[in-house]
Design a protein around this ligand. Structure first.
Ligand code: 13P
Ligand code: SF4
Length: 352
């Protein structure tokens, strides 16, 4: 960045009357979760990021666990891992800034090799992605010859490259069943794998990876929500342990939880997942009372407005995937996306 650009970037960070005007509608929309007193801290970044996005022909994709000032303030698209992958593959923008964790940015780069994909903090990892290596998969294949490997997207590109097909928590059952085999190896999330095994007749060989956020919830905690808030509707992410899921009224991906609230209109809910979800969703459903247990993903929280702005200004940190890995990982991701397309086509067929 030239000294002139640096000067104009820092000037844009004051809460001027122009910034206040340009961001007033967003500040108003999020006032239930970002107090008006706090908005002047975020607003200059929101305005500056909008300007730099236009300059770079960039889009910001934000996962549902991002903080509300990112989710509602600067994101062009928000969603679960599946939706972010689908959107990233189709966008016409030159630059994708992934406000999420590293595997999400890698997935975007694999599906859009011609685009510049930036992650505002490359240290934003994931305990599941750290739980398995490409060498582990090669050993599993020796142990279970001919059994297909289904890999959760919460993995590195090198792990995806060793897999037959990827899945997310939104489509895991459909992906497993799409293979038409009696047995699959499911990696690396043990609890998501157990949940899938309950929903299908396919035998599921598991790995012992866990999400460091969801593994901490307990069944006793959920029973406590029910006892303390009569009539509460409990929604849980399938990365939670099985005894936790057994206490829930609904189990689904982050996007499925949001859809479920929209479809069923509960009066009071608790989302058994990362903290920011409830803040983000509460903005969209002001009439629903959200009980908010706080389980913070330290990796998701590495992404902040100042880092997103810097990412656009400096065009950093670029996500690259070696071509020989990217090519094979893309096959596994494309197979997953094809399952979704097939399902949507089948659903669209009018019943006779
Ligand atoms: P979703 O695909 O449901 O958004 O989950 C991603 C994730 O990292 C959950 O912890
Ligand atoms: Fe990974 Fe869990 Fe954080 Fe999701 S919430 S990114 S699975 S550590």
């Amino acid at each position: 960045m030239s000294p002139r650009q640096a000067l104009s970037a820092s000037a844009a960070l004051d809460y001027t009357p122009e910034v206040a005007r340009a961001t007033a509608a967003i500040g108003e929309r999020v006032r239930a979760v970002i107090p008006p007193l706090e908005w002047p801290v975020h607003a200059p970044y929101v305005a500056a990021i909008a300007e730099w996005k236009a300059r770079r022909n960039a889009v910001v994709l934000a996962h549902n666990y991002q903080t509300p000032e990112i989710y509602h303030g600067v994101a062009d698209f928000t969603g679960d891992s599946l939706a972010l992958a689908q959107y990233g593959a189709g966008t016409a923008a030159d630059v994708i800034v992934l406000a999420g964790v590293h595997f999400m940015a890698e997935t975007a780069k694999i599906l859009s090799p011609g685009k510049t994909v930036l992650i505002p903090d490359p240290r934003a990892g994931c305990s599941l992605a750290a739980a398995i290596t490409a060498a582990d998969i090669r050993l599993l294949r020796q142990r279970y010859p001919g059994v297909p490997v289904v890999t959760y997207v919460n993995t590195s590109a090198a792990v995806k490259a060793e897999s037959d097909v990827c899945c997310t928590s939104a489509n895991a059952v459909a992906v497993v069943e799409s293979l038409g085999v009696p047995r699959v190896i499911f990696l690396p999330d043990e609890y998501l794998g157990r949940y899938v095994a309950e929903q299908t007749a396919v035998e599921v060989i598991l790995w012992r990876g866990h999400c460091e956020v969801h593994e901490r919830f307990t069944a006793a905690e959920l029973r406590g929500f029910r006892a303390g808030h009569p009539g509460i509707h409990i929604l849980a992410h399938p990365e939670c342990p099985p005894e936790v899921l057994a206490e829930a009224d609904f189990v689904g991906s982050t996007a499925a939880m949001i859809r479920h609230i929209g479809d069923t209109g509960p009066r009071r809910v608790v989302m058994v997942t990362e903290c920011s979800m409830s803040d983000n969703v509460a903005v969209e459903f002001p009439n629903v009372d959200f009980v908010r247990p706080c389980a913070l993903c330290p990796h998701m929280k590495r992404i902040t407005l100042p880092k997103i702005l810097r990412s656009l200004q400096e065009m950093e940190h670029r996500v690259e995937v070696a071509p020989q890995i990217a090519g094979r990982a893309r096959v596994a991701l494309e197979r997953m996306l094809a399952v979704g397309r097939r399902e949507r086509r089948e659903q669209a067929v009018e019943p006779r």
